[in-house]
Design a protein around this ligand. Structure first.
Ligand code: SF4
Ligand code: SF4
Length: 153
């Protein structure tokens, strides 16, 4: 069997950054249920609005507030779709240069993976995991693939 193009090394790089984690309405229900709090409480305690979209706040260390150093994501089972989809973002699936930069950033991406193999495995994964979004008003643009990309095997 061919080696997978991605195997997370748990380094935490992708959990660092200010306000990149978009929480769609579906995400909000799932993560609030996971934390056993209401959606309203989640928004108040952990959310922020940016350009009209709900996002998870970052802590003082610039990591997502749910990232625990040495342990990783503390809401793994309830985490948003954008976190489930990485590194199979639209840019990396469509653009070899973007994938090359992602390889520098994410040690989980197989360094020798070709762009075509990465894109094919990514599209398959996104489709099977139901991670292809369609509403740019509340979902991450990185999850929205054009129709011809959605349908490729
Ligand atoms: S940057 Fe890549 S290897 Fe590191 S935690 Fe994120 S997905 Fe895993
Ligand atoms: S929700 Fe979890 S996986 Fe997503 S950025 Fe926060 S700590 Fe990382």
């Amino acid at each position: 069997m061919a080696e997978s193009v991605f195997d997370c090394r748990m380094c935490g790089h992708c959990c660092e950054g200010k306000g990149g984690i978009i929480v769609s309405p579906t995400d909000l229900t799932r993560i609030s249920d996971f934390l056993h709090i209401s959606c309203e409480e989640f928004i108040e305690r952990y959310g922020m609005l940016h350009n009209g979209k709900l996002k998870i706040r970052s802590g003082d260390n610039d990591y997502c507030v749910f990232f625990v150093p040495g342990k990783g994501c503390s809401v793994h089972e309830g985490k948003p779709n954008i976190c489930r989809a990485w590194p199979f973002f639209r840019g990396n699936i469509e653009d070899p240069e973007s994938l090359a930069m992602a390889k520098e950033y994410c040690p989980g991406i197989l360094p020798t993976a070709s762009h075509s193999d990465f894109a094919a495995e990514g599209r398959r994964y996104l489709r099977e995991a139901n991670l292809i979004a369609s509403d740019p008003t509340c979902e991450a643009n990185a999850l929205i693939l054009p129709p011809e990309q959605k349908n490729k095997a």
